[in-house]
Design a protein around this ligand. Structure first.
Ligand code: KIV
Length: 278
């Protein structure tokens, strides 16, 4: 049985912090679930950390479904949220419903995430009414980075802060089961979290959120183009990968790999018989 949105609500009620991570493939998803992560996001950040684009904008719904299927196959307990990519839910409510339905039906996710607050609330309401749990995402919404003028901290003025408070309230009233707060000042995230009936999940939003989400490639030190200010590297798998591969190259070129341990033997008499028959 997978974690449910009701269990996440209970965690907020009990003051239990929620640790969420992104995953994009079978093996990573399996390991982070085994480590105890209850909530996994197949984020469109895969555009950068997996596919090598310079933003999430080129990511398609087919890309997202492909990776979501792999994460779902690697997990049994975690609740898997599939991110709806750029322009797959903005053009009309019907498009949003179709995209969300594909993420659930084909991708196998249990919920979807979409960016936007007040303006997206009617869409969120309709998707939720159709039985699809929605996670909201406000603050720095990377799909709108061009409109926001880059990847900047949001909500720094009274007006901007009030807009974010209104966004969170609109998402909650529309039925979102949780809200990602990305790159907003910690005191503002605290205000939103205190006023929100649903869990807030922060990334670059300080310690007062009900939960935290990190991009797995940042946390493991696998994505080395840059380290976002909000990220902490708990491992340096990029360094470890280069070290392991250098050792492999050296062993192959020096004839030290494979050894008998990685090879399959054959009876000497049989080898002789084969040679004689040639
Ligand atoms: O795409 C993503 O990984 C996200 C998280 C950073 C919240 O949206």
């Amino acid at each position: 049985m997978r974690v449910t949105i009701q269990q996440l609500a209970d965690m907020k009620a009990k003051g239990e912090r929620i640790a969420m991570l992104t995953a994009y493939d079978y093996s990573t998803a399996k390991q982070i679930e085994e480590a105890g992560v209850p909530l996994i996001l197949v984020g469109d950040s895969l555009g950068m950390v997996i596919l090598g684009y310079d933003s999430a904008i080129p990511v398609t719904l087919d890309d997202m479904i492909h990776h979501t299927k792999a994460v779902v196959r690697g997990t049994q307990k975690a609740l898997v949220v599939g991110d709806l990519p750029f322009m797959t839910y903005h053009t009309s409510t019907a498009d949003a419903l179709r995209s969300a339905a594909r993420m659930i039906q084909e991708g196998g996710a249990q919920a979807v995430k979409l960016e936007g607050g007040v303006s997206m609330a009617p869409t969120v309401k309709r998707v939720v009414e159709c039985g699809i749990p929605v996670m909201g995402h406000i603050g720095l919404t990377p799909q709108s980075a061009n409109q926001l003028g880059g990847f900047k901290v949001q909500g720094r003025s009274v007006e901007a802060a009030k807009r974010l408070l209104a966004d969170a309230k609109a998402l909650e009233e529309a039925g979102a089961f949780a809200i990602v707060l990305e790159c907003i000042p910690a005191p503002l995230a605290r205000l939103i979290t205190e006023r929100s009936a649903v869990p807030t999940i922060g990334i670059g939003a300080g310690v007062h959120c009900d939960g935290q989400v990190q991009v797995i490639s940042d946390l493991l030190g696998m994505f080395t183009d840059f380290v976002p200010r909000h990220a902490k590297q708990y491992a340096k798998l990029g360094d470890e990968t280069r070290r392991a591969v250098s050792e492999y190259i050296a062993e192959v070129t020096q004839g030290q790999f494979p050894t008998a341990k990685q090879s399959f033997s054959m009876d000497a008499a049989l080898v002789e018989e084969i040679e004689r028959s040639l």
